[in-house]
Write a protein that binds this ligand. Sequence first.
Ligand code: GRF
Length: 186
Amino acid sequence: MENKILTAVFISGKGTNLKKLIQLSKTKKSPIKICLIISSNSKAEGLKYSIKYKIKKYVIKKNDKDSEIKILKKLEINKISFICLAGYMRILSKKFIKNFKGKIINIHPSLLPKYKGLNTHRRVLENNELYTGCTVHFVSRKLDSGKIILQKKIKIYKKDNIKKLNKRVLLEEHKIYPKAILKIFS
Ligand code: GRF
């Protein structure tokens, strides 16, 4: 695909979803090209993909009150017009989200609108749910509430614990995140 959409991925941790998005971005059919990784954590494991795939990175300093202004600058310099949040642990301001309306997506490890926020697997297990899942959605001003793009339902087994569930849900996240991007731009 010519004229790919220049994309930034925001991370804070392992970056396993980031890796899958980079792999998609390397394919011919991909509508996006990942050219910037933003991390809210200087020790994020996912930053290794910046080196491996020669993608620019920008790490936000702890307690930096102007971090969003600096991020916006980086996005502008790199002509970024699409943002994928992948385990990004900071809340973006309403102003930032408005600026990029319809151009920020996120992956969440639950069947939204159920279990917004953190510790989803623990809460799902505590409530003896029969199913959980993962969701790719547009980012709106309300946390984990924007329009759903793609969802995968996952059965919960009696022997499941947080670790097992996390592993199985993550495997599905890796499949639906690239799929959701193809869907948006198809
Ligand atoms: C994923 O479970 C994602 O749904 C959540 O944070 C986790 C990030 O994992 N928002 P990784 O950094 O992509 O491995």
